[in-house]
Write a protein of this length. Structure first.
Length: 275
């Protein structure tokens, strides 16, 4: 079987062509971004052992397993992050949250930042990469997630402090920025069925999806420096509710940011008092 025939076979399983190409490159040990190589070698023979491996990868993808779990990594804000079933796959939407953080953190900033529910470490590591002077802490309740995040920090050579905890419990530290992409999907949301391969605890948050956001907003004030910020990612239809929660908790300059699709994806506010 040739490489071109293998891609045709993948299409019969219902795979998107780009996914099929990435998995084929992965199976034969080529760079997964080198789709041009495939076009130049589409008549090359595919060894039976590699064909069988490729078929197994395609079957996993056809069953709904995220591509990032199959190949073992995901690009986020220019960083290659290892990911597996212990953590959510980083989404492009979350880059909006990082961009906002970088705007308020000067290039030579020595600010103290904490990323709550760090998962793969995506947010914390992206901030540390682009604002190396910041003191970045990353918190997660999952020991498995912290293993993934810690491995990513080591691989990237980024000095981030990791701590196992539920949100801000167990610390008396104050921060210039508290940032989080917490669970925000309602428990009964039908979209959860399509996310069965990812950790449910990192997705669902009560009947309206706001349980963890309420907890973080409630915990944050005594852990913020005066003029410190709290930034939160949330669902496409939750911006108004999150802004109301922030305002009710005493935050000022409450606003939301839109993602690349124009959806209000993140909301935040500034703590103008000494907590």
């Amino acid at each position: 079987m040739t490489l071109a025939q293998a891609l045709t076979a993948a299409a019969t399983l219902g795979l998107d062509r780009l996914d099929a190409q990435v998995l084929l490159l992965h199976a034969i040990g080529q760079a997964e971004t080198d789709r041009a190589w495939l076009l130049a070698h589409d008549d090359d023979a595919l060894e039976s052992v590699r064909h069988d491996a490729y078929l197994g990868l395609c079957q996993r993808r056809a069953a709904g397993e995220p591509l990032a779990y199959i190949v073992g990594h995901k690009e986020f804000f220019g960083l290659r992050l290892a990911v597996d079933r212990r953590v959510l796959v980083p989404r492009p939407d979350t880059e909006t949250l990082v961009e906002w953080a970088l705007e308020i953190l000067p290039m030579l900033s020595t600010a103290r930042v904490v990323d709550l529910g760090t998962g793969s470490g995506a947010i914390a590591l992206a901030i540390k990469e682009h604002r190396p002077g910041t003191q970045v802490e990353a918190v997660d309740a999952s020991a498995g997630a912290l293993e993934v995040a810690g491995g990513n920090a080591t691989a990237l050579g980024l000095d981030v402090h990791f701590r196992q905890a539920s949100w801000l419990q167990g610390t008396d530290a104050r921060y210039d920025l508290i940032i989080s992409n917490p669970p925000y999907v309602a428990d009964a949301d039908p979209h959860l069925a399509a996310l069965v391969h990812e950790p449910l605890g990192a997705l669902a948050a009560g009947s309206d999806g706001l349980d963890d956001i309420r907890t973080i907003i409630g915990q944050a004030p005594p852990h913020l420096m005066r003029d410190g910020w709290l930034f939160l990612e949330h669902g496409w239809d939750q911006a108004r509710a999150v802004r109301e929660l922030l305002a009710a908790a005493g935050f000022g300059k409450v606003t939301s940011r839109r993602d690349i699709q124009g959806i209000e994806r993140c909301s935040g506010g500034q703590w103008l008092e000494l907590g």
